[in-house]
Design a protein around this ligand. Sequence first.
Ligand SMILES: Cc1cc2nc3c(=O)[nH]c(=O)nc-3n(C[C@H](O)[C@H](O)[C@H](O)COP(=O)(O)OP(=O)(O)OC[C@H]3O[C@@H](n4cnc5c(N)ncnc54)[C@H](O)[C@@H]3O)c2cc1C
Length: 284
Amino acid sequence: MHIVVCIKQVPDSAQIRVHPVTNTIMRQGVPTIINPYDLFALEAALALRDQLGGSVTVLCMGPPMAEDSLRRALTYGADRAVLLTDRYFAGSDTLATSFALSAAIARIGETFGTVDIVFTGKQTIDGDTAQVGPGIAKRLDLNQLTYVSRIAGIDAEAREVTVERRAEGGVQVLKTALPVLITMLEGTNEIRRGSLGDALRAARADVTVWNAADAGIDDLLKCGLRGSPTVVKKVFAPSARAEKAEMVANDGQSSAQDADALIAAILNRNPALDADLRRLSAGF
Ligand SMILES: Cc1cc2nc3c(=O)[nH]c(=O)nc-3n(C[C@H](O)[C@H](O)[C@H](O)COP(=O)(O)OP(=O)(O)OC[C@H]3O[C@@H](n4cnc5c(N)ncnc54)[C@H](O)[C@@H]3O)c2cc1C
């Protein structure tokens, strides 16, 4: 089983600040981490490899410094790492990102062996769109299983995978044929502590570095800014709300009269809500 896990290097959002005047995100000096959602995908992939044999390749598109995140993934036990980096990828939106990553995944298949499963996280903590996984599946014509909470089983002979998928109001159990792309939900497992052997191997490992040509991309118009129709017009920090929450009773003694008085006060402050409720109740 050859599994590819896409990981993105993102700024550590716990340490991001917003510029007080320009309201833009201040990224300078902010440490980077592996997108936390991608660690759930990586652990799911490593567990499958441990169970069925094969290898896990981690793939990241990013600037040269993204090699740190790939090396970190190797310390958890990934078998090989590929960094896709080229100035032509700068400014990629989800369309251009999924284009470049799918070309690299096809090239990984040719170079290191047929790919059976591609994992991505559900979404990133910076771009937050959750579009890249489905975009890769579409481009590579893979069956796609999104919002997966558990890999319930794999039948390697029949080449089928069964998963549990979180859906509104319940859990779906889905089965489909390999090759497949899976976007993994958060909180579904816990990334292992890598062994000392993995840490030593990661420190010495050669990370494969590919540019656009190495990944077999010849249409550079589909890459980076030129291949990105999406434009983020504005990024801003929401301003704090003026209203404050009020504690009306915390002694366990509040009465029905207190509740009536509270509802009257709320409706008094929101005449439109009062009118809506009256209209609704008139309909019953
Ligand atoms: C501040 C800011 C400004 C931006 N401005 C623009 C803009 O002006 N124009 C524009 O077009 N786009 C802009 N973007 C979007 C940015 O380019 C996206 O982050 C990028 O396209 C990937 O989308 P995403 O992060 O939403 O990924 P998602 O779709 O949320 O990611 C899902 C999964 O795909 C995988 N994945 C995603 N990206 C990579 C990667 N690089 N390498 C490996 N795996 C990956 C990971 O497994 C991830 O969990 C901006 C983003 C930010 C944070």
